[in-house]
Design a protein around this ligand. Structure first.
Ligand code: GLA
Ligand code: ZN
Length: 673
């Protein structure tokens, strides 16, 4: 299957970069001209302008100075570049903070912050909203017919939260709208505990680290409210753009596992998902793990809409904010770019084009170094990728044919982060989802990472590790998925609480009890280093696997045991189960396990579902294969994240070793068939 290109005026793999020409305004006659020459030489076809340009665009209130941007836009068009055009709200001018302090955020201790940095405006402030409406309208009017305009880039990396009186008021409206009565809210948040019953709406305040961290119900709703604030602000920013430039897609750059926003909700309002990827490459064998994590983040971002996304930012060399700004070793840059494409990116973009001469990020890797020429190693790496991408038009819009869905749910993460009991220091939700991803990455089987509220019907296998919170309608949809023939897998700590974090009564895993055919009576948390075992009792292999951290003590209520605990007072009790339900099956893994168990287990599950790895022969350690399909051809991506050479067999069966490709350390290749 093939999706239409993201931009109507650039149907190629977009190769671009953040471009901040306002930093070089005084030198535009020399530097801007040189920028165009170098950008073409680097094989770029797009540049992102305007993201942090507010103080240059509106140096004093209501006085716009835009001729420089007109020149930039014309220059981009004349030189064949698409413009990804930013709205400037990610950082505000000093005059705005000085004149209207309400635009400054209030932190959770109720202190108003001072002017500076970025990403710190109040989303409720009527002044901020009016100023952003006005400047966005001006930009849209000005460039609506400009042939360079390709995509709107709204603000930058939305994040944080504001606790000002205006935001508190909006929070209370959000709650009134959600619960209608205080009685319903008090029940949902279980406020009778510690005498927290509210008797007037005005008593409700956001959680604070100074005083009241708040009940978990309050904390959950505060995060949902914060998400809605961002959604609402994004819609506020896009309103003029949508009405003046209806054909131009809008997006904002996300940050994969950033936990402050429910991206599954946020993605509903984006035309296309875009995100910023900065893997912590070490250029050692440790990159096997770094590479897998980067793949996981890409799959998470693609899963939000299950269609191609934009890699809005990445670094072509050393990333200044990482604890160790290690240089990218030869080959790693190309590997990182091919990896993004492999997981569904239709764009490769960098932060930034030319290294800033000063300021907070002056030593962040960029396409053009302070040295200023095309003669640097990094520039040549980028140019090599640019030349390579020119041959990949056929990949634009290609789909990822995943038959396995893995659930990563921001709401579940929030609920587990707040859950007391179990393992307070290491509930480990994100790590656990990643652990369940690993066997697929290692074998080269594509996976969509989705939210529990997304559709399940296009998958054969649905895996929801630690599905602690069962949101509305989710249990019913899991049931129909299984009844229709799907294989469902979940684990310990599933089905404990509902959407407002109230525990399910009548036994865990709450509404999943019947589907799984088990009752989870207790959960044991082990100290670091303590272990139990799972003894596999099913015929195929007699193996013993380690169990650690969390072991749930369960009873069979219709399910069959596939494995039992090997030790402690619950030795012999079921630890892995399967339950037939309609045409499908539901599996339950009662304890935290290691890669040995998960590897074997998912081999059986995929075999049962008839899912084959992309390549018939096993992949060497540290190598993954991924696939995209454009309706006619398969693009197979082979990527070696290990620091050793690896031979990948392209044979059609496990015995056929006829064609072996040798990948050098950190080499990636694409095969089209
Ligand atoms: C983020 C921001 C950019 C820049 C880069 C540097 O992704 O969006 O403005 O600060 O980080 O890594
Ligand atoms: Zn506020």
């Amino acid at each position: 299957m093939r999706f239409p290109p993201i931009m109507r005026n650039n149907p190629h793999i977009l190769h671009g970069s953040d471009y901040n020409p306002e930093q070089w305004l005084k030198w535009k006659d020399t530097i801007w001209k040189e920028d165009m020459r170098l950008a073409k030489l680097a094989g770029l076809n797009s540049l992102t302008a305007g993201v942090f340009s507010w103080s240059t665009l509106e140096p004093e209130e209501g006085v716009y100075q835009v001729t420089w941007l007109d020149e930039v836009m014309d220059m981009l068009a004349e030189n064949g570049f698409t413009a990804v055009l930013g709205t400037p709200s990610g950082a505000k001018p000093a005059w705005l903070s000085k004149k209207y302090p309400e635009v400054l955020r209030v932190d959770d201790s109720r202190q108003r912050i001072l002017h500076g940095d970025r990403h710190n405006h109040c989303l409720s402030s009527p002044v901020y909203r009016e100023k952003t409406r006005a400047i966005n309208t001006m930009l849209a009017e000005r460039y609506k017919d400009h042939r360079a305009l390709g995509v709107w880039h709204i603000s930058n990396e939305f994040s944080g939260e504001c606790h000002c009186p205006l935001c508190q008021e909006r929070f209370r409206s959000f709650l009134k709208n959600k619960y209608t009565t205080l009685d319903a809210l008090n029940t949902a948040w279980w406020t009778a505990f510690w005498s927290h019953t509210y008797t007037e709406w005005e008593q409700i305040e956001s959680p604070s680290s100074r005083g009241s961290a708040g009940h978990n119900g309050l904390r959950l709703d505060w995060r949902r409210f914060t998400t809605e604030q961002f959604v609402d602000f994004y819609l506020h920013e896009t309103a003029p753009l949508k009405s003046i430039t209806p054909g131009v897609p809008c997006t904002t750059n996300l940050m994969a596992t950033y936990s402050g926003i429910d991206y599954a909700r946020f993605a509903e309002v984006l035309d296309v998902v875009s995100w910023d990827s900065y893997p912590r490459w070490t250029s050692t064998d440790a990159d096997k793990e770094t590479g897998m994590h980067a793949s996981y983040c890409h799959d998470l971002m693609r899963g939000l809409k299950q269609k191609p996304f934009m890699l809005m930012e990445s670094c072509p060399s050393a990333t200044n904010w990482q604890p160790v700004s290690k240089l990218r070793r030869p080959a790693v840059h190309k590997l990182q770019c091919i990896q993004a494409l492999a997981h569904g990116a239709d764009t490769i973009q960098y932060f930034q084009f030319r290294k800033s001469r000063g300021g907070p990020e002056q030593f962040h890797g960029a396409v053009v170094d302070h040295e200023g020429s095309e003669n640097t190693r990094v520039f040549k790496d980028v140019a090599e990728v640019g030349a390579y991408l020119k041959g990949l038009d056929g990949l634009v819009g290609a789909d990822t044919p995943a038959k396995v869905a893995l659930v990563y749910d921001y709401n579940v993460r929030w609920a587990l982060d707040d859950a007391k009991g179990f393992l307070q220091q290491k509930t480990g939700y994100e790590q656990t989802v990643l652990d369940h991803y690993r066997p697929f990455w290692t074998r080269g089987i594509p996976v969509d990472i989705i939210d529990s509220k997304q559709r399940y019907d296009k998958y054969d296998v649905l895996i929801a590790p630690m599905l602690y919170m069962i949101r509305e309608g989710v249990a019913e949809r899991i049931r129909s998925f299984v009844e229709e023939g799907g294989l469902f897998v979940t684990t310990y700590s599933a089905g404990y609480v509902d959407e407002t974090a109230l525990a399910f009564l009548g036994g865990f895993p709450g509404p999943l009890k019947d589907i799984l055919g088990v009752w989870c009576e207790e959960i044991d948390a082990l100290f670091p280093g303590e272990q139990n075992t799972i003894e596999w009792t099913k015929d195929t292999y007699k193996r013993s696997y380690k169990a650690f951290d969390l072991c749930e003590l369960i009873h069979l209520r219709g399910a069959e045991a596939l494995g039992v605990y090997g030790g402690d007072f619950y030795a012999g009790r079921p630890a892995v189960t399967v339950n037939a339900c309609g045409k499908g099956k539901a599996y339950f893994i009662a304890a935290r396990t290691g890669d040995d168990f998960l590897g074997d287990f998912y081999k059986e599950i995929t075999a049962e579902a008839g899912i084959q790895p992309i390549l018939a022969n096993p992949l060497p350690d540290g190598v993954t294969a991924q696939i995209r399909n454009n309706g006619m051809e398969n693009y197979i991506f082979l990527m070696n994240f290990s620091s050793r050479e690896a031979g990948v067999s392209l044979g059609s069966s496990a015995k056929d070793n006829a064609t072996v490709i040798t990948l050098k350390p950190f080499e990636a290749r694409i095969i089209v068939e």
